[in-house]
Design a protein around this ligand. Structure first.
Ligand SMILES: [Zn+2]
Length: 360
């Protein structure tokens, strides 16, 4: 394995946060940021050009040998992009790349091929089906291609809003995990520290832990727990967060909820997100029987991880609604609405575009 390329913290500071350097309203704290994005490179001659392009996009570049890359993917997960210089693509490396493509069909691969590139390497890349081939001597072209490749899923920006720590994880944790897995940018906004239900320091720590598992940015406010319905600036605060996050999909409490904080958050969010294309309302343990979902997101692949995610909230472990069998049974119950699905999360549709949150 080659050495990881040193990166400048100054360049990489807030680059992966959905809100980046945007101004947040007073009283809202960026308590967790999503993990930094990584780019794996197979190149030597063209490394400097590729490194410049990748660092300008706030990616951490990692020079690896092809033989070491499969292990990296197995242990560290998928990078945002794999950049392959065709000169490094001999028959052996091409075999590795073909296996990686088969095992990770969503991983973006960009090939570098200059005018004097190895013909065999270029043929290997094309045969394997690498769609993006760019001349490293044209840095503007390289930056444009990498931007397109890396940013393509990020047009989906998700904002999940809850009154208390654990609300969004209970209501739509499996769906947020699917957004994370699809490479979408996820932000959680939690409006109180839930101090009526536990020590704020514990609840804050747990919320940060859950956001880390979600790969999400966490924005935390410390408004008065159980009294959000008296909070005159709530809508304005959410509007300012919406301006910073610029979400394309929003998840929020349903209005059919017995908890006054949940209803207050619903009202504030539906006003503040009036220009957001998709707004869905999730179920809470305090939802009324009038909760009437018409959208059901398959969470077969993430419901187990959702249970683990809820386990982060140890201070709430006595709550019956966090019991794993109830979480699983609830997801199993809602799956009866759709064929061929075993677990689902239900949503009321407040507003929907035709794209359906890109989770198909
Ligand atoms: Zn709540």
């Amino acid at each position: 394995m080659l050495d990881p390329v040193p990166s400048s913290p100054a360049t990489l500071s807030d680059g992966s946060s959905p809100t980046g350097g945007a101004v947040l309203p007073d009283g809202v704290d960026r308590a967790a940021t999503p993990p930094q994005r990584v780019a794996v490179l197979w190149c030597r001659r063209t490394a400097d050009t590729a490194l410049r392009a990748l660092t300008s996009l706030d990616l951490i570049p990692l020079l690896l040998a092809p033989a070491d890359t499969e292990e990296f993917l197995a242990t560290s997960g998928e990078p945002s992009v794999l950049v392959v210089d065709c000169d490094a693509l001999d028959a052996e490396a091409a075999d590795v790349l073909a296996r990686i493509r088969a095992a990770h069909p969503r991983l973006s691969v960009c090939a570098l091929a200059g005018a004097d590139a190895s013909r065999d390497g270029l043929l290997h890349a094309l045969r394997i089906g690498v769609a993006e081939v760019v001349d490293p001597a044209r840095p503007d072209d390289l930056a444009a291609v990498l931007t397109k490749v890396v940013e393509s899923p990020a047009h989906v920006r998700v904002l999940a809003v809850g009154a208390h720590p654990d609300d969004v994880e209970i209501g739509c944790g499996g769906t947020l995990l699917r957004h994370r897995d699809a490479g979408h940018a996820v932000t959680v906004l939690t409006l109180t520290l839930g101090d009526q239900g536990g020590r704020p320091t514990d609840r804050r720590r747990e919320a940060v832990g859950a956001a880390t598992r979600l790969g999400a940015e966490l924005l935390l406010a410390d408004l008065a727990d159980t009294r959000l319905d008296e909070e005159v600036g709530l809508t304005r605060l959410v509007e300012e967060v919406v301006a910073a996050v610029r979400p394309t999909v929003v998840y929020v409490h349903s209005a059919a909820d017995q908890h006054q904080d949940h209803r207050a958050v619903h009202e504030a969010v539906v006003v503040a997100t009036r220009r957001v294309p998709e707004v869905y309302c999730y179920q809470s343990p305090s939802s009324r029987v009038g909760f009437s979902p018409t959208r059901f997101v398959r969470v077969d692949d993430t419901v187990g991880e959702k249970v683990d995610l809820l386990g982060v909230y140890r201070s709430q472990s006595a709550r019956h609604y966090l019991e794993p069998d109830l979480v699983m049974a609830t997801a199993r119950y809602w799956a009866r609405q759709l064929p061929h699905i075993r677990h689902a999360e239900p949503f009321e549709v407040h507003r929907a575009s035709g794209d359906g949150a890109d989770l198909h």
